[in-house]
Design a protein around this ligand. Structure first.
Ligand code: SAM
Ligand code: SF4
Length: 356
């Protein structure tokens, strides 16, 4: 039912979850997101040899980041979040690019954490800079963090992310646990031929470390536009592999908007989840909105159109005007994505700018 205090779309979905990207920059170059070279972007063409054999064959991809003036300030982000929370948003996730590359992120957390109505304030990070900021982020009011970790093999980690960062990410996870972030989640994008041989090892890590590990299907949001259906390891296949190795008990959830199907280990330590947006879409229950670092609202990961809030934020609009605009935007939210269908168009904006 429509109400002036919530954001409802034309399919009866009410928005509860806002993901806020605070920078488009990243210090990693994950092949499935923001590949560093033409060879990495085209990894599916079996060019791993070129990656092992450095220098002359590696053709760098030149990137342009948004200038600082194009990014929303922390004041502007806080304002959008306050207004959105006034319209029913309960969950807020800070993301990027790599969010911790932006200065003074604890200051933003401290602005958002006290907003009455936010039930859940979280962050998604590649973890490379987390260890040194864990204390400040926790003190500022961040409660939950999700790390990205696609491999436990230092060489494969470097091949996937373009950086020698495994040790720093593991240190970040250790610090998150030590400083009371709970639950600590870890996400891996599973790609056939790239890291699917590590599934069982990553699941074992979840139990050893007592963390919640999510396996995510590869989506066509990579800047290299290398996505191919054959590279997607379907959620069902992931589950069958995990069930063959571990004694798993399904977790029954009341929350229909939850994207992950979850399992606990029989001994109760750690948790596994599978997020299968490609082979088992959950669009029908989607309650998410996304705010990009440059102030655009995206109503779907796969939106071909964005809605710029900057003219309102930097113009004369008051909060009521901003709220009215948000409600209007949500009315146009897409019914679902069309991955794999004829005519599917990959959006111009890639995951590195949308933030997951
Ligand atoms: N840099 C941070 C990180 O890596 O956690 C936050 C931004 S990143 C874009 C957010 C999430 O999107 C990560 O968990 C990443 O693995 C995931 N991601 C990036 N590209 C993806 C793709 N093509 N398909 C599925 N997930 C992807
Ligand atoms: Fe950076 Fe995250 Fe994309 Fe990797 S997934 S390139 S860490 S934004």
């Amino acid at each position: 039912m429509s109400s002036a205090t919530t954001m409802n779309d034309s399919f009866g979905r009410t928005m509860r979850d806002l993901r806020v990207s605070i920078t488009d920059r990243c210090n990693f170059r994950c092949m499935y997101c923001l590949p560093e070279t033409e060879e990495a972007a085209n990894f599916y063409r079996g060019k791993f040899d070129a990656l092992k054999n450095p220098k002359p064959t590696l053709t760098p991809i030149v990137r342009e980041w948004k200038p600082k003036s194009a990014l929303l300030s922390y004041e502007e982000i806080e304002r959008v979040v306050r207004v959105a929370v006034g319209l029913g948003i309960e969950k807020v996730r800070i993301t990027g690019g790599e969010p911790l590359l932006r200065r003074d992120v604890p200051e933003l957390v401290a602005r958002l954490a006290p907003i009455a109505g936010i039930r859940d304030l979280a962050m998604t990070t590649n973890g490379s800079q987390f260890a040194s900021q864990a204390v400040a982020l926790r003190a500022a009011g961040l409660k939950r963090v999700s790390f990205s970790l696609d491999s436990l093999d230092p060489d494969n980690f470097k091949r996937i992310t373009g950086r020698d960062g495994l040790r720093a990410v593991l240190a970040g996870i250790t610090q998150a646990k030590a400083h009371g972030f709970a639950p600590v989640k870890v996400n891996a994008v599973v790609i056939r031929g790239l890291n699917d041989h590590e599934l069982e090892r990553l699941a074992g890590f979840a139990r050893e470390q007592d963390v919640s590990f999510r396996f995510i299907e590869f989506m066509p949001l990579d800047s290299g536009r290398a996505w191919l259906r054959d590279l997607v390891v379907p959620g069902r296949e992931i589950l069958a592999r995990l069930q063959a190795s571990f004694d798993l008990c399904p977790v029954v959830s009341e929350n229909k908007s939850e994207t992950a199907k979850r399992w606990t280990f029989a001994d109760g330590r750690g948790e596994l989840g599978i997020i299968a947006p490609v082979t088992e879409p959950f669009c029908g229950h989607c309650n998410r909105l996304r705010l990009t670092a440059d102030g655009k609202i995206r109503t779907c990961l796969f939106s071909l159109h964005e809605h710029d809030l900057k003219p309102l934020l930097r113009g004369q609009a008051d909060d009521a005007g901003l709220a009215a605009r948000l409600r209007e935007i949500v009315l146009g939210k897409e019914a679902r994505h069309h991955i794999g269908e004829p005519g599917f168009q990959q959006p111009e904006r890639t995951m590195s700018c949308i933030g997951g």
